[in-house]
Design a protein around this ligand. Structure first.
Ligand SMILES: [Zn+2]
Length: 208
């Protein structure tokens, strides 16, 4: 499959409801962007002290290039705080223009994920939005239309990072290397490559 080259994005925003969401949904993609010099502002909206510590260690080990923020909205109750969350995202971004926003899929069945996916379209009306996916118990797997190929070593790096930095998730039956490798491989098959991360983009404008 022909692979289009992205322009040199200067600044990207990545929104995650919980610690580890960005790593699951777009570790490979953000790693590639940051290796090209893109500054990524990363905001996580909820987390206990333990999860905040894990997320901070993850950002540090990742070699994150850009601002990070980690707020304390209650896990599972985001729809009850929609106005406050919207204001908090506005406060974090403070009018910054972005070349791309990465956020949860709007159709994600986790209420916190879905709220952020919807709010992104209200908050960022002048740049592309890519909705990333989180595999889970709910049968909400999407049919994405944007694929970022990952080499085998890049997929291995993602899995190692996920397994090495979020100890409090390890008790969950689904949180295994096989889960992440399987989704990455499926998306790789669909992109006619080895592994891939996949996104949903609802609107793009091209200059030809
Ligand atoms: Zn989450």
């Amino acid at each position: 499959m022909q692979q289009l080259q992205l322009p040199a994005f200067g600044r990207v925003l990545a929104l995650g409801a919980h610690a580890d969401d960005l790593e699951i949904g777009c570790f490979g993609t953000l790693s590639k962007l940051m290796s090209r010099g893109t500054q990524v502002d990363g905001l996580i909206l909820s987390g206990s002290d333990e999860r905040k510590q894990e997320q901070a260690a993850s950002f540090a080990a990742w070699g994150w290039k850009g601002r990070t923020g980690h707020l304390s909205f209650t896990d599972g109750l985001f729809p009850s705080y929609a106005a406050e969350i919207k204001a908090a995202i506005r406060g974090f971004t403070n009018g910054q223009a972005y070349d791309l926003v990465l956020v949860h899929h709007k159709a994600d069945h986790h209420q916190d994920h879905a709220l952020l996916g919807s709010l992104a379209y209200n908050l960022f009306r002048n740049c592309p939005i890519w909705e990333y996916e989180i595999p889970k118990y709910d049968v909400d797997t999407v049919q994405p239309n944007v694929f970022v190929p990952l080499a085998e070593a890049e997929m291995a790096s993602k899995v190692a990072h996920l397994m090495g930095h979020f100890a409090c998730q390890q008790s969950k039956a689904w949180y295994t290397p096989g889960t992440f490798e399987a989704l990455g491989r499926l998306r790789g098959v669909q992109a006619n490559t080895n592994f891939a991360e996949a996104f949903t983009c609802r609107k793009l404008a091209f200059s030809i």
